[in-house]
Write a protein that binds this ligand. Structure first.
Ligand code: IMP
Ligand code: MG
Length: 185
């Protein structure tokens, strides 16, 4: 894998801007969920850094759990209409106030299917918190109740978002220079 400095077209959202927006979201969520029934659900793996930072800014008592999904018949960077659960929650979400925490909503298919699936388990409420919203690419209708940033239709990496599984650790969100990037074979 190339060093990120060699394939970074631009820093789209720097560390300070990310942190101050995540702090605002945490404050908003703390006000909206005062009664200690909140369950944050992180979708692996991209949602991990966002969940960790966001939960530190949520002062209301809350729980967290994790799930992983994969989409069928999709190209590497395209998502299809159907998702399959590859790692399920360990928590019964019935009567909980569930907040789904995602790195990015792109076509919207992933979140739309996850919402449909979780709704069947009858949570008390079910909302979505997405760090990034690539709104131009939307194909499925998904409600985003808490949104970090709306971003242009560019392939981004860092802060949970991967470039062929690398660079989820970066503290900023950057745009990939597709002319310079050579995917691992
Ligand atoms: P959706 O089902 O099209 O909304 O796909 C969302 C998933 O695609 C995200 O959870 C990411 O894993 C991935 N994704 C979409 N856009 C990007 C990007 O620009 N960089 C990295 N991953 C992305
Ligand atoms: Mg993801």
């Amino acid at each position: 894998m190339q060093h990120y400095n060699d394939i970074l077209a631009e820093v789209l959202i720097d560390e300070e801007t990310l942190q101050s927006r995540i702090r605002e979201l945490g404050a908003e969520i703390s006000v909206d969920y005062p009664d200690g029934n909140l369950l944050l659900i992180c979708i692996l793996r991209g949602g991990v850094p966002f969940l960790v930072h966001l939960s530190r800014y949520i002062t209301a008592p809350h729980m967290m759990d994790f799930m992983a999904v994969s989409s069928y018949g999709a190209g590497k960077r395209e998502s299809s209409g159907t998702v399959r659960v590859t790692f399920d929650l360990q928590t019964d979400i019935h009567s909980k106030d569930v907040l789904l925490v995602e790195d990015i909503v792109d076509s919207g298919h992933t979140i739309a299917s996850v919402l449909e699936m979780l709704n069947l388990r009858q949570p008390r409420s079910l909302k979505v918190c997405a760090l990034l919203d690539k709104a131009e690419r939307r194909e499925a209708v998904v409600p985003i109740h808490y949104r970090g940033f709306t971003i242009p239709n560019k392939f981004v990496f860092g802060f949970g978002l991967d470039l062929d599984e690398y660079y989820r650790n970066l503290p900023f969100v950057g745009v990939v220079d597709l002319e310079k990037y050579k995917p691992p074979s």
